[in-house]
Design a protein around this ligand. Structure first.
Ligand SMILES: Cc1cc2nc3c(=O)[nH]c(=O)nc-3n(C[C@H](O)[C@H](O)[C@H](O)COP(=O)(O)OP(=O)(O)OC[C@H]3O[C@@H](n4cnc5c(N)ncnc54)[C@H](O)[C@@H]3O)c2cc1C
Length: 465
């Protein structure tokens, strides 16, 4: 804390350092800057730009055109109220459009593509506050599926059966394999980035509760005009810079010294009053060790967190042909989970005015053991799908496979006590706090979880309110 006493004016500064300019670091900076009360805030970011896992790259196509593409496909739903509010505060919401949600489950078997289940979230009538899909058609299994679907949502909303793993709960009480595969497997794997067989019921229950709070708005999908970096990160960073936040890019923080100085690029900073580690647990654990801080219950947890990877293939579609396929209606967003060899691939086609038509094929919840096999299967799936739907060979198109290692932490059932998954914002050392997507209790590791954790971490500075 520095004090300057002038003739009649007394200035008081509190120096704050934020390590990491991912969406959680930006969220703390935003919340603290709103307090406007004598905080001097420095953000140290290892890479050349903000955003962290929300990133983009310039994609040069075979025809030499270049456009900005998300590093991996991200989805934002209406239930992400804090993230949406952050966009709004930074005048970025104007770059986003809302689309109602449409589910179209397909199965790619041999050379045939079958529709199994299709519905659109429309209104709220049954079970008072439970999802009611507008069912277009359900070919298989039976109409009983929806009855079981409502019943399981009802149970999840009311937090029953939390001692069971999701897999065990479902197989024991409600569903046949076919009906699990129709909805829950794809939903759980893509929203929790954890394989269905190992997923935790209480996390799913929390998520379902968030999703049904304000149906249908909470399940609308928000889509950026171009990419997440340009339509979210850049405007937030600009807003923060206008509010006096200092960004230090290409600044990998090596360690924190006992008097709360930060060592970066071999240089030691001045002392800070408060430091926020806005990095995922595995990075926080490394900085902690290098700083020679004693192990705390939080730092042990960071070390033991389990991660899952996401594979994302971007494919540029031949433009004329894309029109005949998914996302036919402008106002709705078509979510296509496709089952192939027992795994789920979420396929989305984006038609944006400033970009070519691109398809993303996402394989979530990959673990270390099967990553290379998953990659081979993804290639095979992409080949077959493109052949089937567009009669083209992958090798004739522009495409990119992105491996997002440690994309998020896994919400596994064996870590079911909340204290063994989410770390919270304390670190065990006074005036050093932590945030990131795994620091928000109960929320699966997501953009919304990261923003919430940033806001929560900022609340630790009470003195300047
Ligand atoms: C491919 C992919 C798809 C995803 N899809 C979705 C989705 O559909 N919906 C959703 O809600 N979430 C999704 N997520 C998760 C979401 O991206 C993350 O939850 C969120 O971005 C995490 O933000 P964060 O600030 O907590 O961490 P990060 O984004 O990891 O930010 C940490 C920052 O710290 C910096 N840093 C690291 N080490 C240091 C150091 N030593 N010194 C200084 N800086 C450092 C990093 O460069 C980074 O900028 C996805 C993630 C990936 C990878």
């Amino acid at each position: 804390m520095e004090r300057f006493v002038g003739q009649n004016i007394r200035y008081e500064y509190m120096r704050v350092a934020i390590i990491g300019a991912g969406i959680s670091g930006l969220s703390i900076a935003k919340r603290l800057s709103e307090k406007n009360n004598g905080l001097v805030i420095d953000v140290y970011e290892a890479s050349a730009k903000s955003g962290g896992r929300i990133s983009s790259f310039d994609w040069r196509l075979k025809n030499k055109s270049v456009f900005s593409c998300d590093n991996g496909q991200h989805f934002t739903i209406g239930a992400y109220t804090d993230f949406i509010e952050l966009l709004d505060k930074c005048d970025a919401l104007k770059y986003w459009t809302r689309h109602s949600f449409e589910w179209n489950m397909l199965r790619l078997h041999g050379d045939d593509l079958h529709d199994l289940l299709q519905f659109k979230i429309k209104k709220l009538t049954l079970f008072n506050k439970t999802l009611v899909p507008y069912i277009k058609f359900v070919k298989t299994p039976t109409k009983l599926f929806f009855l079981k679907f409502y019943f399981s949502l009802f149970l999840l909303k009311n937090k029953f059966f939390h001692k069971h793993s999701l897999n065990c709960l479902y197989r024991k009480f409600f569903f046949s394999n076919a009906s699990i595969n129709l909805f829950w497997k794809a939903f759980v794997e893509s929203s929790m980035n954890t394989e269905f067989e190992n997923s935790d019921v209480s996390t799913l229950s929390f998520l379902v509760n968030e999703c049904v709070k304000d149906i249908p708005t909470s399940l609308e999908i928000l889509i950026p005009e171009t990419d997440y970096y340009s339509c979210a990160i850049k405007p937030i960073e600009k807003n923060l810079q206008q509010n006096g936040i200092n960004f230090h890019f290409n600044s990998v923080v090596e360690r924190i010294h006992p008097e709360k100085k930060i060592k970066c690029r071999g240089i030691l900073s001045h002392s800070y009053d408060t430091i926020f580690l806005a990095v995922p647990g595995h990075i926080a654990a490394k900085i902690w060790k290098r700083s020679k801080y004693p192990a705390t219950k939080e730092s042990i947890l960071w070390e033991n967190q389990k991660y899952r990877h996401i594979l994302n293939m971007w494919v540029v579609l031949p433009s004329a042909k894309a029109e005949n396929n998914s996302n036919k209606k402008e106002e709705s967003f078509l979510w296509n989970p496709i089952e192939f060899k027992g795994s789920f691939y979420v396929v989305v086609i984006q038609k944006k005015s400033k970009q070519p038509n691109i398809m993303s094929i996402i394989r979530s919840a990959c673990n270390d053991i099967n990553l290379s096999e998953e990659e081979e299967n993804l290639y095979e799936f992409a080949q077959k799908l493109l052949n089937k739907q567009y009669s083209v060979d992958l090798k004739h198109l522009d495409y990119k496979l992105i491996r997002a290692k440690r994309a998020t932490i896994a919400c596994t059932h064996d870590q079911c006590k909340r204290s063994t998954i989410w770390s919270g914002t304390r670190t065990g050392i006074k005036d050093i706090y932590k945030c990131s997507d795994e620091a928000s209790f109960n929320y699966p590791s997501t953009i919304e979880g990261a923003v919430r954790s940033g806001y929560l971490a900022a609340e630790n500075i009470k003195r300047f309110d």
